[in-house]
Ligand binder design. Structure first.
Ligand SMILES: [Zn+2]
Length: 308
């Protein structure tokens, strides 16, 4: 099987993503794009009304519709599915920025600036040759849905270095800053591949079928109230180990040391990845079979829950 990411750069998707994040419709949305929009849009009152109405209408769709909404935008906001958002989107596109452009014009320009990177991203992805890794992970984590192609949206961030991304629905996206340095392009690429593995391998679907984890999870939820589920956390361990460490060569020990002062959640992610990585490495390199690896993952889960 040949896995393909279909990189998409589209002005409507770019404009919609900016609106979606500027509206701050959910507390997971990072507020940096919202701050930029408030600083750069001329018509403040109009903006305020659009963002507020949009956030209210957006909330019921939830995170799972994010890729569907990008698809909808890329089809020119034309189909019925989200038609009630359309009037707000129209008003949004006509808002004027301090530099004289409308949002629509800014998005068109961003599209033209990002578009040349599609070919580079495509060849970077082909060179990464993920098929073998994904194939092995499917044998360990067989419950995942199989995708041979995923849409991968590359959207504009007016904030330098911002590469927020996601995999909410059947596809992935990441922001890219303009002007784009080699470093910016590389981080956008790494985010897209990281997010793509969440879809391509989808470890928590298999973890949900492991009875032992269910028992451990009950204890975990008790300790980690309101936070990510145990299986969601284990999924990140798999993705960080497979993508960030194995494919992109991050050293978990160095990441741990350089992130001592990061958010507690991110720091913990690397602490746990540092411990988890050898389990996946042994499996991928053929030093441990799938059934042994499953036992080791369960033992790892027991250990981290005990340590929380
Ligand atoms: Zn992730």
């Amino acid at each position: 099987m040949q896995i393909n990411l279909k990189f998409i750069v589209d002005a409507n998707a770019i404009a919609w993503h900016l609106l979606d994040y500027a509206s701050n419709w959910h507390y997971y949305v990072h507020e940096n794009l919202g701050k930029w929009v408030k600083k750069n849009v001329v018509e403040r009152d109009k903006l305020h009304n659009i963002l507020e109405s949009y956030a209210n209408m957006r909330t019921p769709f939830g995170w799972q519709e994010e890729i569907n909404l990008l698809n909808w935008a890329a089809r020119g906001f034309s189909d019925e599915m989200f038609s009630k958002l359309r009037p707000l989107v129209n008003d949004w596109l006509e808002l004027k920025l301090n530099d004289g452009r409308t949002i629509k014009e800014a998005a068109n320009q961003a599209e033209a600036q990002i578009y040349p990177y599609v070919e580079i991203l495509q060849s970077k992805f082909a060179a990464l040759n993920v098929d073998e890794m994904v194939g092995k992970l499917h044998k360990l984590l067989p419950e995942a849905e199989i995708f041979d192609e995923l849409p991968a949206y590359v959207v504009w961030s007016p904030i330098e270095g911002s590469t927020q991304g996601g995999a909410n629905g059947a596809g992935v996206y990441s922001e890219i800053g303009i002007p784009t340095s080699e470093k910016t392009l590389e981080s956008t690429f790494e985010v897209l591949v990281h997010e793509a593995f969440h879809k391509l391998v989808d470890p928590s679907v298999t973890f949900d079928s492991w009875k032992e984890l269910e028992e451990i999870d009950q204890k975990y939820e008790h300790i980690q109230e309101g936070n990510q589920s145990l299986n969601g956390h284990l999924e990140e361990m798999v993705i960080y180990s497979a993508v960030d460490v194995m494919l992109f060569g991050e050293d978990p020990k160095v990441m741990l040391e350089t992130n001592v002062k990061s958010s507690p959640k991110y720091k913990q992610m690397w602490e746990h990845t540092y411990k988890f990585f050898p389990i996946l490495d042994d499996y991928v390199k053929g030093r441990a079979e799938a059934d042994i690896t499953k036992e080791r993952i369960i033992a790892f889960a027991r250990e981290i829950v005990g340590n929380f």
